[in-house]
Structure formats: structure tokens, C-alpha cells
Design a binder for this molecule. Structure first.
Ligand SMILES: Nc1nc2c(c(=O)[nH]1)N[C@H]1C(S)=C(S)[C@@H](COP(=O)(O)OP(=O)(O)OC[C@H]3O[C@@H](n4cnc5c(=O)[nH]c(N)nc54)[C@H](O)[C@@H]3O)O[C@H]1N2
Ligand SMILES: Nc1nc2c(c(=O)[nH]1)N[C@H]1C(S)=C(S)[C@@H](COP(=O)(O)OP(=O)(O)OC[C@H]3O[C@@H](n4cnc5c(=O)[nH]c(N)nc54)[C@H](O)[C@@H]3O)O[C@H]1N2
Ligand SMILES: [Mo]
Length: 913
């Protein structure tokens, strides 16, 4: 860059967390107080798995801070009518007035009682962007903690659209809220619809490139050829939502077409529930003296408790035995001479008919291809080999399976997650080097190290904070609008897992009427929205838009106008990425492939003076705490660690004076001191100045912590696979509770609690749901409409930034509707033609992008657009699937999630623009 005389130039380190592949460091060049350039942060090259490089999205931050359409002062609505076609009539007001107004509404709500007549919190928040919004909220979480009952369950994009089923099953089975391959060591990777070269961020892109250079084979199995598919060894165009059948057939090949001793038998015997015996009613056969599940010990030819030392448990086989069996709700059977198979034998029998030929017809993939992939997977697993990590010998199993968000979510999510995890167990590749890893925990403690969340639970497995399903403790009336604790045992109750139940329940019932047996759905008195745009990012956005317009008092933190804050009563402009301050946890193991060999903290800091009129979140939180009378509780919450690190522990004390008001610098200085102490194991306690100068502080994070296996061995625990005895029991109990209340509308979901998931017509669920809900013939909607990530865009969050669009326009697939060349020919459509895409609930239009790289029965829209208010984005004229996907109980799975897909028709309506 040219240098000009007398210009003060500084390069300041800060942190980007625009999507959940982060956070990562960047450098910003600032000339005379103006941010002019984003640069890599090579200072962290040694610790950052991406070598300090910066993601494309970070380069948009300069235009973001100087966006001409920014909201730069609080604004109040003057038009009491709300709706797409109502102008809000924004009037500028002072921060004093705005904060007083919020506090007055909150205090008025509190005066009526924290919960409303239906038992729902009167204050609700919708924070978007996966988990990332929390890392921009400063001390707001401490404010809400001090405030009390807040409903975090009104759905926006994240949650039910987003790896939601995987979050629960992954965390249940192996503390994997998010699951990833151990890419640095993996040699053979199957990806069912995970588009990591777009969605994985810098660490992932670099790691996958390095892995492919050293010879890792990556097979991309997905209906459309994503950027990831395009750089993989092979693309397998599978039919949408049939992935479980493919994986079931792989299991068949491993169990029925190759010899048993090619599997990891010690892993199956010692680290899984495979040898457990199944009694006649489908639950474990137990020892009457200890209640422990029994296994057949080949060494002594006897049935013994699973944890008896020195035994050789049988994997295969059927035995005639005595014992007890526990069912649901305390049911107990005593057996004499009962015929019992091992869990493993049950699995073998279960997949007997799931041949590659059987799957071929379902998945529309040749049987030979499925068989070859299964055998390649097995051949690459290197069963029996060890590798040294940080001086410790660990099993080396360099094969993994990665699932994308439409595969691991909604119906088919359970089957896919189970199939993937069972395939890992068969070759001993779960939670070991080279294999499949969990990379974060949210439902369990402890976020800083997954291994600390491993505690012995029932039957030799890990414990798990299931929501109660027994008669005495079942939470019969929902505590939040998504009813997670009532309907979803696996959701747990962690404050860190925000979107834990069917987040669309509120939108659906506010629109379609109440659910029988549940209290009437209510609107919250006060609704806060931040970095979420449910009127664009959710399903059936036309309905969401109508319901959002009915909320009595909506406060939106606003960057520019957007479709959701168009319905707000108050807009509050906060300091954005380059203007705000927060200390963030960095490294360790986190979402997607952000697992590092270091862990610590990095600072997001104002690199430029904030625009006049915008305020830092920490200041906003403190002001709200004062005005609502919770300042002390707010300070206590900060001291207790609501910013991510406690200020007071047994080892140190950097606590704030709880009765006083503190500036943002003071608060973050204390947090920084605690962070320094933690990272240096007590050697340092530097505050804010250190992080302002250096940007981050990390220490080594042992790579052995990436793997749960050593902890499982040390604690003598087994992974709860393949047989889901516990899930079967809670499913029956949940059904009993709901039926006692006369609730039958969750019965389809209850059927998902099976011990061994069987194939059922998963795509057919959508087809039947549409036919029964809309009086249509599904044949009139012959195509599956899917969506896919764009690397340049963080959801819709940066769609108003010009530079991002300029880059994206150079990447194939943006800007229209991707459809297959043959399909296009049959429909008389040429590349660039204007086409209509119609689902049973509506129609939208866009330009055809004709490609070979998509199945003939599939169309695809990249990203989430369809904006009608967001500046810049509203002129894209790019359609969105979200106006076409209905919210239905039938398309909701037992975890409460759905999937981003819908059946549509396609027709030409005109030529190119
Ligand atoms: N079609 C389609 N829809 C999808 C998906 C898809 O793949 N395709 N994916 C789904 C998934 S998995 C997810 S997680 C969700 C995400 O969906 P959401 O979490 O709802 O996120 P966005 O749509 O990105 O909304 C972000 C909003 O924040 C605003 N914003 C951006 N920066 C700032 C800022 O600095 N300050 C303030 N105050 N506001 C800001 C933007 O203007 C935008 O309105 O989307 C879901 N929806
Ligand atoms: N740059 C960037 N990165 C992001 C995000 C972002 O917005 N921008 N968002 C983050 C978030 S919140 C999430 S949830 C993740 C999502 O990350 P991914 O899971 O990678 O999600 P997508 O790219 O939406 O979808 C991946 C692929 O799924 C395929 N697909 C759709 N349906 C099916 C099916 O039935 N079977 C199979 N086999 N494939 C199918 C599509 O072809 C698509 O290419 O990305 C995260 N990372
Ligand atoms: Mo997501």
C-alpha cells in the first residue's frame, strides 16, 4: 500500500467470530483512525491450525464498519401498525430515552410475575448465528442471568435447522455436540453432505488441502456437486434423505460380507455395549444380585456382569439364560431359561437384509459403488495399529465419516448419526487418532475440555442429563415455548444450549392454534433479537413475518435495517465487530474443525472509534442492569463466569466489587486477569493492556485431549452403542406421560425411540406430510429443493456487504437456482432463464443456473437470501427456499428438529434478465 506522509498508521490485532468455524485472529491496518485493510495474523501462525490466515468473510469487516446504511442511533417506531408493507416511521431518540423505555417494559413485565398465565417467561430473546452471537454480546448474558426467567427458545435459523439432532445424539454417545474427522491424521473420509470447503472455515480448508496433498481420499456423497465435492476424489450423487440406507448397507458389508476378524474386536468387546445380552422384551438381561447387564463370558462359559474382571465376552451368539429385565416405568420381568442374543448379534441380524443391492434402489447409487466404499473404509482402518500422540500410544484408525446439516438433522438424523457412529465402532475409529471426534460439548459440562464431562453413568456407560420421563418428575407443562424439557429428554437443560427443542412450535401454534394438552401459546411481553433474522432464515418465513408483526414490544439490536427489525418497536445500534470489546475463548476443541493444539483467550477490541451514537454491549448491559435494579446480581453473574471465565475461584480472586458500577474497560480488565492466570497456570495475571498489545494469550492444549478414548479406558467406560436400550426405555416412558395427558400429536416422534433404528421411508415422510396437510398430489412437485453453504456468506448476516457479493459472484452457483442440464432441457429452460419454483405453500422466482453437477430430481439454492429490506441484499433478486418450506409437526423429528429441504415444481416463466 502507498504510504502517505504525516499519516499515523497502526496495525492492530483483533478477533473475528462471524461464523461458527471461528474465532480467529486478524490484523487491521488503521490510518489516522480509519480502518483501511484486513491482513492475516501471521503472529499466530504457530498456534492457529490455518497458519494465521484470514477467512474471506473477515475482509468484509471494513465495509461493515463504514456501511452507509448503518443504524447509528436508537430509534423508536412511530407507526403502531406492523407488517411488511407498513413503514415503521423510525424516530431518533437518545440512549437515555431508549434504555428507560426497555427498562420500563421489563419492569412492568416483572411486576406481573416472571412467568405469564401459560407459564412462559414474559421476556424472550432470539440470538442467531449459531453460537456466535453470544461471543458478541459482551456482558449481556450476565444481565439476563441476573434478570431471571428468559425464554431463549423462539426459533430463528440456528437450532432446529442446524445439526440439531447430531448435537443430542453426538453428545449422548461421545460428547460430540459437533462431530468432525481427525483430519490431520485421517486417510479415508466419507462426507455425507458436509460441505466443509465452504462451511469449515480457514482451519478446515487448510487441513483438508494438506490432507488431500498427503493422499487422504475424500468421497463426497451428496445430491449436488458442492465446492467440496468438486475437489474430492469422488462424487456420489445420492438421492436426498436416503443417507441412512447407504450407511446401513455399509454396516451390512462389514458384518455379512467380510470376515469378523477384520473388525476391531477388542474395541467392540471392551469399549461398547456390543456383548450385552438382550432379554425377550428387548431390554438388557441383568444380574438379579447387582442389576448389572450380563454378558456371556467365553472363558468361564457363564453369564456374568459386564464389568467382571478377566472375562472374554462373546460378541456373537444366542444363549439360554436366567436373569431379570427392567422395562419402562419400573416394569420388571424375572426370566428363567430365556433365549437371549448379544446386542452385537441383534445388530448383525438387524442389518441382514440391508444389502448394497437393497440400498441401491433407495439411494439411487449403484450397489457396486456402496460395496466398494464400505470395503475401502474397512481397508483404510488399520485395525490393530497404534500411534504415539504427545508420547502416549493410542489406537490409530484413520477413517472417518462426516455428516452435513441436512443429513444429521430432522428425520433421518437419528439413523444417520447412529449409522456413522456404529461404523466408527466396528473399526474402533471412535474418539481415537485419525477417526471420528466430538469437538464441543454444550449439554454437558465442561466446555473447556470434553474429557472432564466423562462421568460414569448407568450400566457401564457415560452419564447424561436426560430430562425426566418418570411419573413423578416429568415436566408436564412446558417451561419455555419450545417445550424442550417436556418433549425432548435428550435436550437436557444446559443454559449454554439455547435452541434445544422444536423452536418452530411457537411460530406454528401462534399461527395455527394451540396444541391439545399444552397451555395456550403466548407472545412474550418483551422480545429481544440480535444477529438473527428469523423472518429470512427460518422456515415458512411468510408466517414468521406475520407472527413477528404481532409481538407487543420488540427490541432489535440493529446493524442496518433488516426484515425482522422492520417489525421492531425499538432499534438499538451496538458497536459491531471492529468497534466492540470482548475477551473470547480461542482454540481447544470447538465447533466443526476448530480443534487446536493450543487454547486460551483472544481479545476483540475497538480498532477504530465507534460511530457516534452506537454503544458497546457491555455498557448497554450495565445500563439495563442499573435501570432494572439488578446491578448487584449482574456483577455477581460476571464474577461467577457469565463472560466465559469466573473471576473468583479457589486459586485466584479478580472479582469485581458487586455493589458498584464498572466501566467496560474495568470489567474486561478483570476478565483478562483471570484469563491470564488460567492460561499461565498462575504465573501471570496481566489485564486488558496485555491483550490490547498481543491480541491473544494461549498455552498448549494437549492433543491427547482431542480424543475421549483414553478417558473412557481410564474410567472403565463403554460407548453406548450399538443398542439403544436406554433410549427405548425413555421413549416408552415419554409416551406413557404424554398419553396420560391425552396428547397424541407426538406419537410419530415417539416411534423414533428404537433400540436399533430400522430403515423406513424417510423421504416419504415429507411426501406424505405434504399430501395430508395440503390436499396436493406429490407427483405435481417432482423435485427436491436443497440448500448449501457459501464460504463468502455467514448465513444472511453479511449479505449486505458489497465486497462479499463481489467475491461470491465469482464462485459458481451463486445468484440463482441450480438445476440439472437434462432436467432443464426437458422443461425447456436455458441457463439464465427466469424460472418459478413452487412448493405446496407458495412460489418464488429466480434465474436458472444450469449445471451437470446436480441430480436430475434435485434443485438447489445456495445460501439464504430473499431479502426485501436489508440494504444491498434486497436488490440481489436471489430467491430463498425459506419461503417454500412449511413448518409441520409431521416433518419434525423426536429431537424437535427439521431439515432444510422441500418438494417443489419448476417451470420457465421468462428469458434472462
Ligand atoms: N435457505 C437457508 N436458510 C437457512 C440455512 C440454509 O442453509 N439455507 N441455514 C440455517 C442455519 S444452519 C442457521 S445456523 C441459520 C442462521 O440464521 P440466523 O441466525 O437467523 O442468521 P442470519 O440470517 O445471518 O441473521 C443475521 C442478522 O444479523 C444482522 N447482523 C449482522 N451483523 C450484525 C451486527 O454486527 N450487529 C447487529 N445488531 N446485527 C447484525 C444481519 O443484518 C441479519 O439480519 O440459518 C438457517 N437458515
Ligand atoms: N462460510 C460459512 N461457513 C459456515 C456457515 C455460513 O453461513 N457460512 N454456517 C455455519 C453453520 S451454522 C452450519 S449449520 C454449518 C453447515 O455446514 P454444512 O453441513 O456443510 O451445510 P451446507 O453447506 O448447508 O450443506 C452441505 C451439503 O448438503 C448437501 N445435502 C443437502 N441435502 C442432502 C441429503 O439429503 N443428503 C446428502 N448426502 N447431502 C445433502 C448439499 O448438497 C450441500 O452441499 O456451516 C457453518 N459454517
Ligand atoms: Mo447452522
Amino acid at each position: 500500500m502507498r504510504s502517505r506522509p504525516n499519516v499515523q498508521v497502526r496495525t492492530l490485532p483483533t478477533t473475528c467470530y462471524q461464523c461458527n468455524a471461528g474465532p480467529e485472529m486478524l490484523n487491521v491496518r488503521v490510518e489516522d483512525g480509519v480502518a483501511t485493510e484486513v491482513r492475516p495474523h501471521f503472529e499466530s501462525a504457530e498456534v492457529h491450525p490455518g497458519g494465521g490466515k484470514v477467512c474471506v468473510k473477515a475482509y468484509g469487516l471494513i465495509q461493515k464498519v463504514y456501511h452507509p446504511n448503518r443504524v447509528k442511533t436508537p430509534m423508536v417506531r412511530t407507526n403502531p401498525k406492523k407488517g411488511r408493507h407498513e413503514e415503521p416511521g423510525w424516530r431518533e431518540i437518545s440512549w437515555e430515552e431508549a434504555l428507560d423505555m426497555v427498562a420500563e417494559k421489563m419492569n412492568a413485565a416483572a411486576a406481573k410475575g416472571a412467568l405469564d398465565t401459560s407459564g412462559y417467561p414474559r421476556v424472550a430473546t432470539t440470538f442467531g448465528g449459531g453460537p456466535t452471537s453470544k461471543f458478541y454480546l459482551g456482558t449481556m448474558p450476565a444481565f439476563f442471568a441476573a434478570w431471571g426467567a428468559t425464554d431463549v427458545s423462539m426459533g430463528s435459523g440456528p437450532g432446529v435447522k442446524c445439526a440439531h439432532s447430531e448435537h443430542m445424539y453426538g453428545e449422548f454417545w461421545h460428547r460430540g455436540f459437533t462431530v468432525a474427522p481427525d483430519t490431520p491424521l485421517c486417510n479415508y473420509l466419507l462426507s455425507f453432505g458436509h460441505n466443509m470447503d465452504a462451511s469449515g472455515g480457514v482451519c478446515s480448508v487448510k487441513r483438508h488441502a494438506d490432507a488431500r496433498t498427503r493422499g487422504m481420499i475424500r468421497v463426497q456423497i451428496e445430491p449436488h456437486l458442492s465446492v467440496t465435492g468438486a475437489s474430492s476424489s469422488e462424487w456420489v450423487p445420492i438421492k436426498p434423505k436416503t443417507d441412512p440406507a447407504f450407511m446401513f448397507a455399509m454396516i451390512h458389508v462389514l458384518l455379512h460380507e467380510s470376515s469378523r476378524d477384520r473388525l476391531d474386536l477388542p474395541f467392540l468387546k471392551e469399549r461398547t455395549g456390543s456383548p450385552y445380552l438382550i432379554a425377550p422384551n428387548g431390554f438388557y438381561l441383568r444380574d438379579p444380585a447387582t442389576d448389572k447387564p450380563l454378558v456371556w463370558d467365553r472363558a468361564h462359559a457363564a453369564a456374568v456382569p459386564h464389568d467382571t474382571p478377566g472375562i472374554d465376552p462373546a460378541l456373537d451368539g444366542e444363549f439360554t439364560l436366567d436373569g431379570v429385565e427392567f422395562g419402562a416405568d419400573g416394569e420388571r420381568w424375572v426370566h428363567q431359561g430365556a433365549v437371549c442374543r448379544t446386542a452385537f448379534q441383534s445388530l448383525v441380524d438387524h442389518v441382514k437384509t440391508y444389502t448394497p443391492e437393497w440400498a441401491a434402489a433407495i439411494c439411487d447409487v449403484p450397489a457396486a459403488s456402496i460395496r466398494k466404499i464400505a470395503l475401502d473404509y474397512l481397508a483404510h482402518a488399520r485395525i490393530g495399529e497404534m500411534i504415539e500422540i504427545d508420547g502416549k500410544p493410542l489406537p490409530f484408525r484413520p477413517v472417518a465419516i462426516f455428516l452435513g446439516k441436512t443429513v444429521n438433522n430432522g428425520w433421518g438424523g437419528y439413523e444417520s448419526c447412529w449409522g456413522r457412529t456404529v461404523l466408527a465402532c466396528l473399526v474402533g475409529a471412535l474418539e481415537v487418532p485419525g477417526g471420528t471426534l466430538g469437538t464441543s460439548v454444550q449439554i454437558n459440562e465442561h466446555p473447556k475440555n470434553r474429557n472432564l464431562s466423562v462421568h460414569p453413568g448407568p450400566d457401564g456407560f457415560m452419564d447424561y442429563p436426560l430430562n425426566p420421563t418418570d411419573k413423578e418428575n416429568w415436566i408436564s407443562s412446558p417451561t419455555k415455548r419450545d417445550a424442550a424439557r417436556t418433549l425432548v429428554p435428550l435436550a437436557g437443560n444446559s443454559p449454554r444450549f439455547m435452541g434445544s427443542g422444536p423452536g418452530h412450535l411457537s411460530w406454528m401454534t401462534l399461527d395455527q392454534g394451540d396444541l391439545q394438552g399444552f397451555p395456550p401459546m403466548t407472545l412474550p411481553d418483551v422480545w429481544f433479537v440480535y444477529r438473527a433474522n428469523p423472518v429470512i432464515s427460518f422456515w415458512q418465513v411468510g408466517k414468521v413475518e406475520e407472527v413477528a408483526a404481532r409481538f407487543p414490544f420488540t427490541v432489535c439490536f440493529a446493524f442496518t435495517d433488516d426484515e425482522t427489525n422492520h417489525m421492531a418497536d425499538l432499534l438499538l445500534p451496538e458497536c459491531t465487530d471492529l468497534e466492540s470489546m470482548q475477551l473470547l475463548p480461542i482454540g481447544g476443541t470447538k465447533y466443526i474443525e476448530a480443534f487446536w493444539a493450543h487454547r486460551g483467550y483472544s481479545l476483540r477490541r475497538p480498532v477504530v472509534e465507534p460511530a457516534s451514537g452506537v454503544r458497546d454491549f457491555t455498557w448497554i448491559a450495565t445500563e439495563l442492569a442499573k435501570r432494572t435494579g439488578v446491578l448487584k446480581g449482574y456483577n455477581t453473574a460476571i464474577n461467577n463466569g457469565l463472560t466465559g471465565i469466573p473471576l473468583r475461584t479457589k486459586e485466584y480472586n479478580f472479582a469485581l466489587d458487586e455493589s458498584a458500577e464498572h466501566s467496560k474497560e474495568e470489567i474486561w480488565d478483570h476478565v483478562c486477569r483471570a484469563a491470564s492466570f488460567e492460561v499461565t497456570a498462575g504465573a501471570a495475571s496481566d489485564g486488558l493492556d496485555y491483550y490490547l498489545e498481543h491480541g491473544l494469550r494461549v498455552s498448549e492444549y494437549p492433543r491427547t485431549n482431542w480424543y475421549l478414548y483414553p478417558t473412557m479406558v481410564a474410567k472403565g467406560l463403554r460407548f453406548e452403542l450399538p443398542y439403544q436400550e436406554r433410549l427405548m426405555r425413555i421413549g416408552i416412558e415419554l409416551g406413557n406421560r404424554l398419553h396420560e395427558k391425552g396428547i397424541a400429536w407426538w406419537d410419530k416422534q415417539l416411534a423414533e425411540y428404537s433400540a436399533l433404528p430400522a430403515w423406513h421411508d424417510i423421504p416419504g415422510i415429507w411426501e406424505k406430510a405434504y399430501e395430508s396437510s395440503f390436499d396436493i398430489a406429490i407427483a405435481d412437485y417432482p423435485f427436491w429443493l436443497l440448500t448449501s453453504r457459501s464460504m463468502q456468506y455467514a448465513w444472511g448476516a453479511n449479505s449486505g456487504i458489497q465486497l462479499i457479493k463481489e467475491v461470491a459472484d465469482n464462485v459458481a452457483g451463486h445468484g440463482g437456482v441450480i438445476l440439472n442440464a437434462r432436467t432443464a432441457r426437458q422443461l425447456g429452460i436455458e441457463d439464465g432463464d427466469l424460472i418459478e419454483i413452487r412448493s405446496p405453500i407458495g412460489a418464488t422466482q429466480g434465474h436458472a443456473v444450469v449445471r451437470q453437477g446436480i441430480r436430475p430430481d434435485t434443485v438447489l439454492m445456495i445460501g439464504q437470501f430473499g431479502h426485501w429490506k436489508t440494504p444491498v441484499a434486497k436488490d440481489f433478486k436471489v430467491p430463498s427456499m425459506n419461503s417454500l418450506v412449511p413448518m409441520l409437526m409431521e416433518t419434525t423429528d423426536n429431537t424437535g428438529s427439521g431439515a432444510d429441504l422441500v418438494r417443489v415444481s419448476v417451470r420457465r416463466v421468462g428469458g434472462p434478465a
